[in-house]
Design a protein around this ligand. Sequence first.
Ligand code: ATP
Ligand code: MG
Length: 410
Amino acid sequence: MRQSKFFTKVSRDIPKDEESYNAQVLIRAGFVDKVGAGIYTLLPLGLRVLQKINQIIREEMVAIGGQELQMPALHPKEVWQATGRWEGFDALFKLKGSDNREYALGATHEEVVTPLAKRHVFSYKELPTQVFQIQTKFRNEKRAKAGLIRGREFLMKDLYSFHADEADLNKYYKTAQKAYFKIFERCGLLDVTYLTFASGGAFSKFSHEFQTVTSAGEDTIYICDDCQIAVNQELIEEHPHCPNCEKTELRQEKAVEVGNIFKLRTRFSDAVDFAVKTAEGDMKPVEMGCYGIGPTRVLGTIVEVHHDDRGIIWPETVAPYQVHLLSLKQEKVAEEIYEALLDRGVEVLYDDRDISAGEKFAEADLIGCPLRVVVSEKTLAQGNKVEVKKRNKQESELVTISRLLEMVKK
Ligand code: ATP
Ligand code: MG
């Protein structure tokens, strides 16, 4: 992509009405645009990152048997009344249609997916089965000050699993936990993300959150460094202790809940009479689990975890472009390199604009692509070379153009 043609511009000003670092830097660097509190447009740069996060999540969900579908964002009041959550779900956005009926904007999809499964699954022989979507959710959040981390409109991956009995639910729940760690590993968050015990509500003792440690977090967790697990403050009645080894010397940290998995048991299948035939021939309510991740929240969290005082440092796996090519008045050579990189399928952002070198360097650091390549009179004078520098390293090196093409191939 040529920056001279790029739709978005980098801005010098820090947005005044944003408190959170992730929103400030993402707005300045042209990844998102703020429309209102907790409401953002994903700009071309931001959408590229989001699509990579979505694809990682999609692959790991498909790997554990998830079948992708898309449910509506607009829900008739009746489906929420059926589960008793029309009144019970605090953050539900409610609206009236021109037919004078009431609707909700989907905050979660148990109300839609359970009747759907009831229309398609009839026997224990068809279980287990799992469906998921990556879809827009709406929640009337009281505070929306954490940028992409807490939106009023946000993206969620929600997977729902259906089982013939509790043992099978428990087994799948463990499988899902492993898949979640793969996702956070691939998104560059594994080192700071902890399986966290949280309250499970009325249907199971615990639910599990995936909490990423960052000072930007709204939650407080207590980490057991021996067991590499944590417990959420909300759970804790007296003295926090590790749910695994009972240790009480725990490390207190601020964290963001990037994912949450829940054994729903028969809470929703009971509400809509979703039962299947057992081997013995009688009817048994279906056991359910739900598994959420917020891709937009993950995006904001990656920015909080991976940055320095000059800007974002994207992990390669989710970077909008792998290479940021800067031409310092050397368009002829830079064009050749740009074309050669494109030919090899490398994602390149090419700064071909007529602005100062200082501005180009500052913007490259702000945007945060993993590899910066500079073509200048100085680099070319030293044996027709270019300067390459990793965004997460201090040192740079001069390499020939053929060496550069070798490097980016890997
Ligand atoms: P929180 O405790 O942070 O309010 P939650 O427990 O209500 O979140 P879930 O209903 O479990 O969240 O949603 C599943 C996932 O969706 C969360 O783990 C998070 O990644 C994401 N998510 C939830 N609410 C938001 C939001 N307002 N903005 C962005 N992502 C969200
Ligand atoms: Mg939560």
